[in-house]
Design a protein around this ligand. Structure first.
Ligand code: GAR
Length: 200
């Protein structure tokens, strides 16, 4: 299963995926490309470290979404990788119908809350301020409804009285680093088996 990762930030989840791949824990999945909409994002530094092509792709003209010329650029670049799965690992832009149609059913997103609670920006801070006792992270298919697509899997994190926002963030990130590679591995096994059945 060919995997393309899109991200905007430090890339700790992309790193978890690549480490899982190195350790043989990513099933039949293989990361073939990393793209970022931020030229100085930490995620791009993972490319040389793990021997995976990593490139900045210009997201202009919009600040928070991928539309118009940027959407066309992303569709062309991602299509060239022939992905079976597009993983949004901290990609902080809203995807529009053109991109969603081009990779229909193949785009998954990681979100730092137990959806449908706390969608949108700052899922961890939202849960913290609301005072819930259990939050976590979610991997879901991406549809036009932001953070609203079918849920694939989730991992819960308990908020203890001793937690601070910082310790909660660390706990959620640790959960994400476990959940996302495990989901990718599982999807790759499912796809592999489906292809074998089709061939048989
Ligand atoms: C992760 O916590 C992910 O859940 C979040 O961005 C972070 C990326 O961290 N994504 C969203 O909030 C999407 N709405 P990373 O760059 O270290 O992987």
């Amino acid at each position: 299963m060919r995997v393309v990762i899109l991200g905007s930030g430090r890339g700790s989840n992309a790193e978890a995926i690549l480490k899982a791949q190195e350790a043989g824990r990513l099933g039949r999945a293989r990361v073939v490309q990393i793209f970022s909409d931020k030229p100085d994002a930490g995620i791009l530094a993972l490319g040389p470290r793990f021997g995976v092509p990593a490139a900045y792709l210009d997201p202009a003209p919009f600040k928070t979404k991928l539309e118009g010329p940027a959407e066309a650029r992303y569709i062309e670049a991602v299509s060239a990788c022939q992905p079976d799965l597009v993983v949004l690992a901290g990609f902080m832009r809203v995807l529009k119908p053109g991109f969603l149609r081009a990779f229909e059913g193949k785009i998954i997103n990681l979100h730092p809350s137990l959806l449908p609670s706390f969608p949108g920006l700052d899922g961890i801070g939202q849960a913290w301020r609301r005072g819930v006792k259990i939050t976590g992270c979610t991997v879901h298919y991406v549809t036009e409804e932001v953070d609203g697509g079918p849920i694939i899997d989730q991992m819960a994190v308990r908020i203890e009285d001793s937690d601070t926002l910082e310790t909660l963030e660390a706990k959620i990130h640790a959960a994400e680093h476990e959940l996302l590679p495990a989901v990718i591995a599982r999807l790759s096994e499912q796809q592999g088996k489906a292809r074998e059945t089709t061939r048989a």
